[in-house]
Design a protein around this ligand. Sequence first.
Ligand SMILES: [Zn+2]
Length: 214
Amino acid sequence: MQTPEELSRELAKSTAYHEAGHAVIAVTQNLPLCEAGMHVDSKGNGVTFTLRRNPGDQNNARADIEERERSIIMIYAGNIAQEKFSPCSRWEGSLGDDTIAEALLSEMYSPPKGAEWCRTQQRLWGESYKLVYGHWKAIEALAEALWAKPMVPRVDLGPLSFHSQDLLEKWMTGYEVKALLEPFSVFASVVADSEGVGTLRLFFSVPGWGCSPV
Ligand SMILES: [Zn+2]
């Protein structure tokens, strides 16, 4: 049986799996990682910086739908990977991730939570689930590498530091993530934190767009 200390350590570590799920599945969806990389603090808060479609642009052409779907698949991967690592983390997963996925779905299908909305939500969740399980070795290696990092004073990322109030964290740059994933044939591209491609953005590059702690 686990002691309370072991359980809370497992739950904190499950954040590394959550973030690794986002990072690996982002790459499978051709979403670039950002230089700012991946961060987890000692209290179970984490963030991975990728470019992705953010809610707010109502255009709904084929290309917009495709960007939203790739982004939603990446967003779902965090909670799926975290729960695969630790079933007890079901209640630790990010509600913020689900909120953003729902907002993106609602830009494509009306009414929200209508039949087409729900069918698409289930399809994208299923695709994300398959990808997480199919890339588990890469996710596990990345999560363990992040968790093996020393706790260091938290890097000040300016407006990107909103995910944590902790003074300490473990972190990896986008380039370290890219190098670690290559042996798994997962080939990431890394962009500067200030960069955006088309409608894929980090939040501080376009006021009003949201970069969530995915
Ligand atoms: Zn997340």
